[in-house]
Design a protein around this ligand. Structure first.
Ligand SMILES: Cc1cc2nc3c(=O)[nH]c(=O)nc-3n(C[C@H](O)[C@H](O)[C@H](O)COP(=O)(O)OP(=O)(O)OC[C@H]3O[C@@H](n4cnc5c(N)ncnc54)[C@H](O)[C@@H]3O)c2cc1C
Length: 528
């Protein structure tokens, strides 16, 4: 007989494993199908945002994650940006994501992606309701009105099975079979540029960078590179590195001198040993929708782009927590189909804008700067422009604040639209991430959140209507009361309704006339 689960997840890279943990913790029975037995040992997504680290806290593995950090704390996560090469007089060490740490419950973190994957796999092993199929490949997926079927095959073995489920999620990366077979089209920009990704070891390279303050990454912009970057990232201190760079279209492992490329980007000679050389095409691809019937896509299956600005994995993990609670709500009977549809409605605009306004715009900005200004042509003009160019990074980080103001399930401002661009504030705003704040107990508001919705009521007792409405809707609601002291005043709201993904659904200063309408809208449930 075919096995039936509530959700089948295809692809157990970081996003698929995280989704299995999220759903498993919410009591959903899942199967996770991943063709690799072990995570691919390429450091890739190293830069975890504050929001991503917050997810690890709620997955119960924050300490394990922090303990596996490879770089010592003395190495800030931000990097050096240099003109032409790393031996150039024009370089800077601008502040990066750490400047928004105060607005989040957790500080950002940096560690190789496979290390984070091992932490998540260990958590997964503790969840009995998740059946893990490492070493199995999904070969086909189909759906009808009430069932999804995934045909899987054991790699190197004779095992063949069909997994049935209520829903399936494709977390199977940029070349997603799930996306293709579900008939979801992709749009985006192809820069028609081949890129190399090299892993190498070199102590001499490390020594050669000692003129800079300790940093984790080194980015080079060069007039010949059309706005694309050459990028060195530390994997550890002293020896292991990754490097990516544009290369000519027909480059292969055998017809190109990668050592010479590294030395040119460095601006000084050094010996090195290569561990890996691979290629990828510089392109941005965004799926037209993240849902087709009972099938969803998340992570790189839904959106992929060059690793400029460290948005890929972080966006994928936000997909997971947005979709996770909605699937669990629907399967437990308090969510609706419209709630499931809000996943694509909320998440897609964020990535589309991240790609267009942050990644593509960043490439264009570098390209413009390099075309317009030349040290050789006009040194004074170049130096002024260089200063302005590097000073842009801090404001850019401050405005990257994904929010769902335009969502149909939050009480955003009139005419609000969901966007990757916002502002970091301590004010509680519907559609935005909950800012951290201490309660009078000394605990952070995040430490008091329930598994479902949470209602904070500061200096207000009128919470009974919410409790009754939640019961009628079978919606899990935790009510937390406290005083509205100088710290919590920063929220500028005496009532704050927080969703299970730690985004705010509604705020108010006086008790609402109809608490049931507010809760029903927050889960897209038509009222009887
Ligand atoms: C050099 C580099 C640096 C990066 N730096 C950052 C960074 O600092 N921060 C950041 O946020 N992002 C970064 N990224 C992007 C990040 O690595 C990706 O966004 C992330 O890996 C996406 O995770 P995923 O699980 O969606 O997809 P993947 O990692 O591609 O995982 C998909 C999984 O699905 C499996 N699979 C595929 N098809 C099937 C099938 N049919 N059956 C079973 N299994 C299947 C694959 O084996 C794979 O394990 C970087 C990427 C690169 C290349």
């Amino acid at each position: 007989m075919n096995k039936r689960h509530q959700v089948v997840i295809v692809g157990g890279g970081p996003v698929g494993v995280a989704l299995a943990v999220e759903l498993g913790q919410r009591g959903v029975s899942c199967a996770l199908v991943e063709r690799r037995r072990e995570p691919q040992r390429i450091p890739k997504g190293q830069n975890l945002t504050q929001r991503s680290v917050e997810h690890f806290y709620f997955w119960g593995v924050l300490e394990a994650l922090r303990a596996t950090r490879v770089l010592p704390p003395s190495y800030p996560m931000s990097g050096i940006v240099a003109y032409r090469d790393l031996n150039n007089e024009y370089w800077a060490a601008p502040p990066l994501r750490e400047i928004v740490n105060p607005y989040y419950f957790q500080n950002n973190e940096r560690l190789p992606q496979y290390v984070a994957e091992y932490v998540l796999r260990a958590r997964l092993a503790e969840l009995d309701n998740v059946e893990v199929r490492f070493g199995w490949t999904a070969e086909a997926i189909a759906q009808d009105a009430d069932t999804v079927e995934v045909r899987i095959a054991e790699d190197g073995g004779a095992g063949r099975e069909i997994l049935q489920s209520d829903y399936a999620v494709g977390c199977d990366g940029a070349h997603s079979l799930v996306r293709e077979q579900a008939g979801i089209a992709r749009g985006g920009a192809d820069f028609d540029q081949l890129m190399v990704l090299a892993l190498f070891r070199s102590r001499e390279f490390h020594e050669g960078l000692k003129r800079f303050p300790p940093r984790s990454t080194y980015r080079i912009i060069h007039p010949e590179l059309n706005g694309y970057w050459q990028f060195f990232g530390r994997v550890d201190v002293g020896e292991s590195w990754f490097f990516h760079s544009p290369v000519p279209a027909n480059t292969t492992r055998d017809n190109f001198d990668f050592h010479a490329l590294l030395q040119k980007a460095a601006g000084f000679p050094f010996a090195c040993d290569f561990d890996y050389v691979g290629f990828w095409d510089l392109r941005i691809a965004v799926a037209e929708t993240y849902q087709a019937g009972r099938i969803f896509i998340a992570g790189d299956a839904a959106h992929s782009h060059p690793p400029y600005g460290a948005y890929g994995l972080n966006n994928g993990l936000d997909d997971v927590v947005n979709l996770g609670w909605k699937l669990a709500a629907k399967l437990k009977g308090w969510g609706s189909d419209a709630l499931l549809a809000s996943y694509s409605e909320e998440r897609r605009p964020i990535f589309k804008e991240t790609a267009e306004d942050f990644i593509e715009a960043g490439i264009r900005r570098d390209r413009e700067f390099l075309r317009r200004y030349s040290r050789e042509r006009d040194r004074a003009e170049f130096e002024r422009a260089w200063q302005e160019h590097i000073n842009f990074s801090a404001p850019n980080v401050l405005t990257y604040e994904p929010h769902y103001e335009g969502s149909s399930i939050v009480f955003g401002p009139p005419g609000g639209t969901s966007s990757a661009r916002g502002a970091h504030t301590f004010k509680a705003r519907a559609g935005h991430h909950l800012p951290p704040q201490l309660l009078s107990s000394g605990r952070n508001v995040f430490e008091e959140l329930g598994d479902g919705f949470t209602l904070f009521a500061f200096d207000r007792d009128e919470t009974a209507a919410f409790a009754q409405a939640a019961e009628a809707l079978h919606l899990p609601l935790k009510i937390v009361r406290d005083s509205y002291d100088p710290g919590r005043c920063a929220y500028e709201a005496k009532f704050i309704l927080v969703r299970p993904d730690r985004y705010i659904a509604w705020t108010g200063n006086s008790p609402p006339t109809d608490a049931a309408t507010i809760l029903a809208k927050a889960i897209a449930k038509p009222q009887a």
